[in-house]
Design a protein around this ligand. Structure first.
Ligand SMILES: Nc1ncnc2c1ncn2[C@@H]1O[C@H](COP(=O)(O)OP(=O)(O)OP(=O)(O)O)[C@@H](O)[C@H]1O
Ligand SMILES: [Mg+2]
Length: 281
């Protein structure tokens, strides 16, 4: 870690004390690498940069974070609505914390064993313990994905160079912007075969979004296609652990460094917004 990075870390620590940053990860299209990004970003932030991280599994399609963490998926947020304490539902793995099961959050509203306000209070309170709350929102463009994006300080939108992935990333941003006026989108190009391919992919998206939506995008980083990541996934491992010097892991490290340069902003009732946006009175 160089001096500049450690100076930045001190600055960030001072300016953002007690404030969690909420970052949602989304893509529109499935299978573009959101979950692997979320897990490895959480791991590197926690272990290389000593940040306190809470990872939220809100993947509507195939919630699979528990497979990588090798934990019981039934220890999840549903139990919070049934009276358990949030502290007892947190999974401590690989140096960061995880809460599972948010894909079903609006179904749990019906359980009513515990008032939704009590659930919100517990989630707001626990979130304050973390520097970053990272939300893996899963595939698709629906109200639930939109709720997590709208409540987040910023959203990382993942795309690959595939035209279908670019189209779905564009469609997601267009929908959330047109419906709700939300425009805090930051782009990550994943599975790039070269830096040039990554940059030209980003430029295509940036140009369309600028021209048709009038939004200025920002590039967070380019992550390469690597065999290391594929091997790690086959073994249900985090690439950042099994391949610490893989180009993908180094790319994640650079993204963390960039993220840490940005000062924290006050916590703005993230969970209250999620419940409101999902229509829970
Ligand atoms: N940078 C990469 N290099 C090589 N393969 C990758 C890379 N990123 C992701 N993959 C491959 O893509 C697959 C899907 O990744 P992941 O599960 O993270 O995507 P996802 O967007 O979360 O999918 P879903 O939409 O189903 O939630 C991985 O199993 C892996 O094989
Ligand atoms: Mg996923």
């Amino acid at each position: 870690m160089n001096d500049q990075a450690s100076g930045l870390r001190d600055l960030v620590a001072k300016s953002g004390e007690g404030n969690s940053k909420f970052i949602s990860i989304a893509s529109g299209k499935g299978g573009v690498g959101k979950t692997n990004f979320a897990l490895n970003f959480a791991y590197v932030m926690a272990n290389n940069f000593k940040k306190k991280i809470l990872l939220i599994d809100a993947d509507m399609g195939m919630a699979n974070i528990h497979l990588f963490l090798k934990v019981d998926p039934n220890k999840n947020i549903k139990n919070l609505f049934m009276g358990e304490k949030v502290e007892d539902l947190i999974i401590h793995s690989y140096g960061f914390d995880t809460l599972l099961g948010f894909s079903g959050i609006d179904d749990f509203f019906e359980l009513e064993d515990v008032s939704s306000q009590a659930v919100v209070t517990q989630l707001e309170s626990i979130s304050k313990n973390y520097d970053y709350v990272i939300i893996d929102t899963g595939t698709g463009i629906d109200e639930k994905v939109a709720a997590f994006l709208r409540a987040s300080h910023k959203s990382y939108i993942l795309t690959t160079p595939e035209p279908t992935s670019l189209m779905d990333a564009y469609a997601l941003m267009k929908s959330v912007y047109n419906l709700y006026g939300y425009d805090h989108f930051k782009i990550i190009v994943n599975m790039a075969k070269s830096k040039d391919e990554g940059i030209s992919t980003y430029n295509k998206l940036k140009t369309s979004v600028q021209k048709f939506l009038g939004i200025e995008l920002e590039l967070v980083g380019i992550l390469p296609f690597t065999n290391g990541l594929q091997k790690a996934v086959k073994n249900k491992e985090l690439v950042a652990i099994s391949h610490p010097n893989d180009a993908y892991t180094l790319g994640i490290q650079r993204i963390c460094e960039e993220e840490l340069k940005i000062p924290s902003v006050p916590n703005e009732q993230f969970w209250q917004k999620i419940f409101d946006f999902m229509g829970k009175k």
